[in-house]
Design a binder for this molecule. Structure first.
Ligand code: DOR
Ligand code: ZN
Length: 345
């Protein structure tokens, strides 16, 4: 196989940042993706319709006119989000969902939700107005081991939300464990999950054996090869529409990561579809790539498939050691290694 054409993919979970940092990376996603769900964890976070639309305008302004790319915005859920905030967002076609960060779980989540009880009225309205809930599925309890935080979240929080809001659409984002895969498989069609390139390609050995590699550090943290990475590979390449593409590409200034307290986030947007193609090929499942990258996501969100197509060609190329990022640099996932597929531009 020398080339492969796909319906243009979408990225259902993307961090673009703002200002010069955003302007450095946005074109990379726009070159590959028809649409992307843009995460709201800026400083300060995007909490209402006006802020989301202003952020969207900033992104659109940064895009070259020859690229058709539609950012789909999200609101950052807090204990203080109001029913009015949800009603207003629900009328806006460019706002697609609400993001639930447990307070303190990850980058810029300090203002997130402190308890599920506090947001019950808001979830009720989201369920009624068919606004999906996007979940960062980790508890923040200091007594829960960081490698167990997703499993405990599913058991202690998500299970309850699913039970109490039986028709709320939920996406468990960037799943990392076999437990998460099994939970999604055992739930109704209104529950889905995104899977990142790094959780398919790597496990905690890549991050920790032979030295600490900060550019593999993200949250939820990489887990075991067996059973977790293997379960993710199986789910992504299975053709089950409950699992679809969401890179969680999360660029940080290299100095913020190469530090005594390095922050979480893996930057994959520069070659998102090429990274997934490598995974699907290695699994002998290239024919399942298009569903995962371009079909199951829009179907879940009730949106049309993209009309355009993209072509990948088999062509070895070396991932740059760094990219320019808002006047500094960002280190891409798998910097300096060789990838075997390349998007034809
Ligand atoms: O690794 C991560 N980085 N996980 C998240 O949940 C947030 C993200 C970021 O914004 O940097
Ligand atoms: Zn994220």
């Amino acid at each position: 196989m020398k080339t492969i054409s796909l319906v243009k993919p979408d990225d259902w979970h993307l961090h673009l940042r703002s200002g010069p940092a955003m302007r450095s990376v946005v074109e990379m996603s726009a070159a590959q993706m028809g649409r992307a769900i843009i995460m709201p964890n800026l400083l300060p976070p995007i909490k209402n319709t006006n802020q989301a639309l202003a952020y969207r305008a900033e992104i659109m302004e940064a895009l070259p006119s020859d690229l058709s790319f539609s950012p789909l915005m999200t609101l950052y859920l807090t204990d203080k989000t109001t029913i009015k905030d949800i009603e207003s967002a629900a009328t806006e076609p460019n706002i697609i969902a609400v993001k639930f960060y447990p307070a303190g779980a990850t980058t810029n989540s300090q203002g997130g939700v402190t308890s599920i009880e506090k947001i019950s009225p808001v979830l009720e309205v989201m369920q009624k107005l068919d606004v999906p809930l996007l979940v960062h599925g980790e508890v923040t309890d200091a007594n829960v081991d960081i490698f167990d935080r997703e499993e405990v979240f599913i058991d202690k929080v998500l299970e309850k939300v699913v039970r109490n809001f039986p028709s709320l659409k939920i996406v468990l984002e960037h799943i990392t464990t076999k437990t998460a895969v099994d939970f999604i498989l055992g739930s109704s069609k209104r529950l889905a999950a995104t899977i990142t390139p790094q959780h398919l390609i790597a496990n905690r050995n890549h991050m920790l054996v032979g030295g600490i590699r900060p550019h593999y550090y993200c949250l939820p943290v990489l887990k075991r090869q067996k059973p977790d990475q293997k379960a993710l590979l199986k789910a992504a390449t299975s053709g089950n529409p409950k699992f679809f593409l969401g890179t969680d590409s999360a660029p940080h200034d290299r100095h913020e990561k190469e530090s005594a307290c390095g922050c979480a986030g893996v930057f994959s947007a520069y070659a998102a579809i090429e990274l997934y193609a490598a995974v699907f090929e290695a699994e002998g499942a290239m024919e399942k790539l298009e569903g995962f990258s371009s079909i199951f996501g829009p179907d879940f969100y009730g949106l049309p498939h993209n009309q355009e197509t993209v072509t990948l060609e088999r062509k070895a190329w070396k991932v740059p050691m760094q990219y320019e990022f808002g006047g500094s640099q960002v280190i891409p996932f798998l910097a300096g290694t060789e990838l075997s597929w390349r998007l034809v531009k």
